[in-house]
Design a binder for this molecule. Sequence first.
Ligand code: ZN
Length: 68
Amino acid sequence: MPSMTTSKVSRWDQHGREHVVHVRKAGVQRQLRCDTCGWGKRVQFLPWLKAEEHLAGEHQATVDPSVP
Ligand SMILES: [Zn+2]
């Protein structure tokens, strides 16, 4: 699991393209912003999970570059 200090979630798609969702603190919530399509969302819980869902659902990007 990512740590609380993680500020972005990056995943690669099957073509090797990197997609990044930035996670920014916004009070008690977290502001998510996707570099690829401009998608944004505010969530209070599990921002990294929401980011992963977006990356997988919208960009078919499911490869975690931090996992060997
Ligand atoms: Zn996106």
